[in-house]
Design a protein around this ligand. Structure first.
Ligand code: 9MR
Length: 610
């Protein structure tokens, strides 16, 4: 392999080829990250069906790098033989394309030190586009401006949720929050892991996040935009707690999914359904986390730290009294009216929810009684988090605050749990023909497989923060490369980013707004061989089972819990790798006493309307 740096060599044969419109010769057989690479990090492309030939990296018409493709390897998930083009030693910032004789050109890509900055901002801005109860003004939303949908100030109490204080069909106010996905419902369980992940990005990289400025209505206030965005959902979540007993309603929903209409046209009645243990514990975890963050902003968020902690403890207490109240939609529909047919987020094992909530409450309060009841370290191996599997989130929080809590938890066990997970993920990368972590098991490809890839990358970045081992950083980057184009479908799976990204997402707003491009910054679910939408996929192979059509809710929907690890990963990478990225930081709080003082103003207002 040969790097030609500084002095770009002109190779006349490629001048001719390039000048005959490279874009018309882009080959679907070259798959690489369509956004780009950090100068100092690994850079590879995957080339289908060609082994042992030369490849070239071009900058305009100049060849700046040449190398040899690796021998072919088989990837069973796509039933392909592929070779690797490794051009990691090309480190000069610029805009490039790969060329393989007889195959064609890749999509263009960049090498630069802030290569994921726009993506980090775009993925976070995706949440702004999901906001309920707010008109999206053109000055922030551009061509995706739209009227407000779902004020949610008169939500009905479903018969499953009725209590003497809140009888059936009485009304409560529960505005704000993000629409879950392509649908317009708001689910506490899925809000749990989502909001946690955004707040974790802030907690782990507070200085970097403070500089990350989006264009959202709150951008001129004194809070970091990531906190303003998270608070849009946190404040909604707070309204989902029954003030009478501290239990938390499982979801706020229509009875059925709407048609493909805009939010302001979707006006059928909305309900809160029964309280559940999982919802109460996920809520408790997020509120405990939010409380310790808000404690640092007493002037900007008066009363919020106390309100959140008070709410967290009450939800925890409710869950302790009701440890097995599971939301099972079939059973709810058998017993109560009207029937509800929206997302279930049902979970009949809440030991991980207990452990996560205990971890967050412990770190915030330093009261070890929470850990006596449930300790995330008492479970077995650490698993990749998902909406139904949240124990590892507690381990992430422990890892971040390890110095503060060292005497109270087994830090060796903590390291070994997180590092065994990271080691097994990174070992998959080296044995994978695509050199990616996703695919450690066939189960990685299911509904929301792209979020599995993103959550694997997040786990690896937590391990990297613990150890500074480059192998974890590289493994995390491999999955980001996968999401951004180094995959068997050749898609950059984030709307509006890369050269070939989904256009027809299962997203009511994007389908109904009359704008050609889908709402940007949203990660689609990705390949899912189970094809629950019963559409005719081109392939049902695990890594190929994907359809860019609006109807494909099982492979082409977007969802708040899928975007969240993408936000974490891109922020973490930028903070760790960009020149002004800050070293691994620790945000320490001193929380002395848990005294609920006055409620924060938003909560007061919405309690009064009940
Ligand atoms: O992400 C959820 C996935 O794990 C489940 O298998 C699937 C079926 O229950 O539901 C997914 O979540 C959907 C939710 O139920 C409703 N809003 C859209 C979500 C993403 O498809």
């Amino acid at each position: 392999m040969k790097t030609i740096q500084k002095q770009f060599l002109l190779v006349s044969v490629f001048v001719m080829i390039m000048s005959s419109s490279a874009s018309s010769q882009i080959s679907p057989d070259i798959r690489l990250n369509q956004i780009g690479f950090y100068p100092s990090m690994k850079k590879i492309a995957i080339v289908r069906s060609v082994g042992s030939s030369q490849f070239f990296v071009l900058c305009g018409t100049d060849t700046v790098y040449s190398g040899t493709l690796s021998s072919l390897r088989h990837w069973s998930y796509s039933n392909e033989d592929v070779s690797v083009a490794d051009f990691s030693s090309l480190k000069i910032p610029g805009s490039y394309a790969l060329f393989v004789p007889g195959v064609g050109y890749s999509y263009p890509f960049k090498i630069n030190e802030r290569v994921n900055l726009e993506l980090a901002k775009g993925a976070l801005k995706g949440y702004y586009f999901q906001r309920a109860s707010l008109p999206l003004d053109a000055s922030f939303a551009g061509k995706w401006a739209r009227p407000a949908g779902h004020p949610d100030t008169a939500v009905l109490i479903h018969s499953s949720a009725a209590t003497p204080g809140r009888p059936v069909n009485s009304k409560m106010s529960s505005p704000r929050g993000w629409y879950d996905a392509g649908d317009y419902n708001k689910y506490i369980v899925n809000s749990g892991i989502t909001t946690y992940s955004l707040l974790a990005a802030y907690e782990h990289f507070p200085k970097y996040c403070s500089e990350l400025v989006l264009s959202i209505p709150e951008s001129n206030n004194k809070l970091p935009d990531i906190l303003d965005e998270a608070l849009w959902n946190v404040r909604w979540m707070l309204t989902m707690q029954d003030p009478a007993d501290g239990g938390v309603y499982h979801k706020l929903t229509n009875t059925n999914f709407d048609g493909m209409i805009m939010p302001h046209q979707a006006t059928t009645p909305r309900y809160v359904v029964m309280k559940s243990t999982a919802a109460s514990l996920d809520f408790a975890a997020v509120m405990a986390q939010m409380s310790r963050i808000a404690r640092n902003f007493p002037a900007e968020l008066p009363g919020l730290a106390d309100s959140c902690l008070h709410a967290a403890v009450r939800a925890w207490n409710w869950a302790r009294l009701h440890p097995k109240v599971y939301y099972n939609q079939t059973q709810v529909n058998a017993k109560y009216d009207p029937d509800i047919h929206t997302g279930e987020y049902g979970d009949s094992n809440v030991s991980d929810e207990f452990a996560w909530a205990a971890a967050e409450l412990f770190v915030t309060t330093k009261c070890d009684s929470f850990l006596t009841i449930a300790n995330p370290l008492s479970g077995g191996s650490a698993l990749i988090p998902s909406w139904s599997n949240v124990r590892t989130l507690g381990l992430y929080t422990f890892a971040h605050y390890r110095n503060d809590i060292a005497g109270k938890i087994d830090t060796n066990k903590l390291r070994s749990r997180l590092l065994s997970l990271a080691a097994s993920l990174s070992s998959t990368q080296s044995s994978s023909a695509y050199q990616v972590v996703i695919g450690s098991s066939a189960k990685d490809f299911g509904w929301g497989s792209n979020a599995i890839a993103a959550n694997q990358a997040m786990a690896l970045l937590v391990a990297y923060q613990l150890t500074s081992e480059p192998v974890y950083l590289n493994a995390a980057l491999s999955n980001l490369d996968y999401l951004l184009g180094r995959n068997a479908l050749g898609y950059c799976f984030v709307t509006g980013f890369g050269s070939r990204s989904p256009m027809f997402i299962h997203h009511r707003i994007s389908a109904a707004d009359g704008v050609t491009e889908p709402v940007p910054g949203l990660l689609v679910g990705g390949p899912n061989p189970k094809c629950e939408d019963r559409l005719q996929y081109h392939s049902t192979l695990p890594a190929l089972a994907y359809l860019d059509t609006v109807a494909s809710y099982a492979s082409n929907e977007i969802c708040i819990n899928w975007n969240a690890p993408l936000v974490y990963v891109t922020i973490a990478l930028e903070a760790l790798l960009s020149p002004n990225g800050l070293p691994v930081e620790t945000l320490r709080n001193s929380i002395n006493e848990v005294i609920p003082s006055q409620d924060e103003p938003f909560l007061k207002q919405h309690r009064q309307t009940q």
